[in-house]
Design a protein. Structure first.
Length: 260
């Protein structure tokens, strides 16, 4: 099962998850519509205080964000090799062309990936799925039936690993797990899908019997709180985005994708 309660460790840990989601979007949107390295670097530097206030610790920070640090350089290398050619050409072989334009675009992509992905990973490192569901229903006004259904499904994701291990143990006990690896994986995968569908049906029936699908306004066991901290976090997202775009425009590097 996925843990339902995570101990808050930093000032941002108890912020409403909806505010974290909004802040991540506010930071990402201006970076998506502009392709330049200046705005990415500026946003990345301004995000450092958010990383420190999250309280996840540097060891957890590097472990949680490791996929981002792997994906960003790989993306940059791909753009450098196959990006748009312009300016001085440094290498040209078959489909590979390394030029000033491709290197500039690679640097912009690298920093934009970091500036967009890191806040989302860090801000949601200690988010309780139940708190997120409460916030989406009570504050973002999303349909409660959809949100609670997604929450119920998410709570069961952790059981898939246990089911897989039980299936593997049972098959080994019957002596059918030592040969035919591909056939074994296909059989176990099919069995896991059947178990997931059966458990999902039971969960849906249980939720329906408790009136989770009723059209009337429902009550909530926990109130999704919203205060000054949430507004400050969203304001920080606006400041980071506005500053990044302003610096990019003032330095002459601003390159909107819609104006290309």
């Amino acid at each position: 099962m996925i843990p339902s309660i995570v101990e808050a460790r930093g000032p941002l840990a108890r912020i409403n998850p909806v505010a974290k989601l909004a802040a991540a979007f506010l930071i990402a949107f201006p970076l998506i519509v502009s392709v330049d390295w200046v705005s990415g670097v500026t946003a990345l530097l301004l995000e450092i205080p958010l990383f420190m206030l999250s309280g996840i610790g540097w060891r957890r920070f590097w472990l949680r964000t490791l996929p981002v640090w792997i994906a960003a350089p790989l993306t940059g290398v791909t753009i450098a090799l196959y990006g748009q050619e312009s300016g001085r050409v440094y290498a040209d072989f078959l489909l590979i062309t390394i030029s000033d334009g491709s290197l500039e675009l690679a640097a912009a992509t690298f920093f934009r990936v970091l500036a967009i992905a890191l806040p989302g990973v860090v801000l949601f490192a200690d988010v309780d799925p139940t708190d997120l569901a409460d916030g989406l229903s009570q504050r973002a006004k999303l349909p409660a039936r959809f949100v609670l259904g997604a929450l119920g499904g998410l709570r069961l994701v952790g059981l898939l690993i246990s089911d897989w291990r039980e299936l593997e143990t049972a098959r080994r006990a019957r002596g059918v797990a030592d040969q035919g690896r591909i056939r074994r994986l296909i059989g176990m995968g099919f069995a896991l899908v059947v178990l997931a569908i059966r458990r999902g049906s039971h969960l849906a029936t249980a939720m329906e019997s408790r009136a989770f699908g009723a059209d009337t306004a429902r009550s909530w066991a926990r109130e999704s709180r919203w205060g000054g901290g949430e507004w400050l976090l969203m304001a920080a997202g606006v400041v980071i985005s506005a500053t990044a775009i302003t610096v990019s425009v003032q330095t002459g590097w601003y390159n909107p994708i819609f104006g290309r």
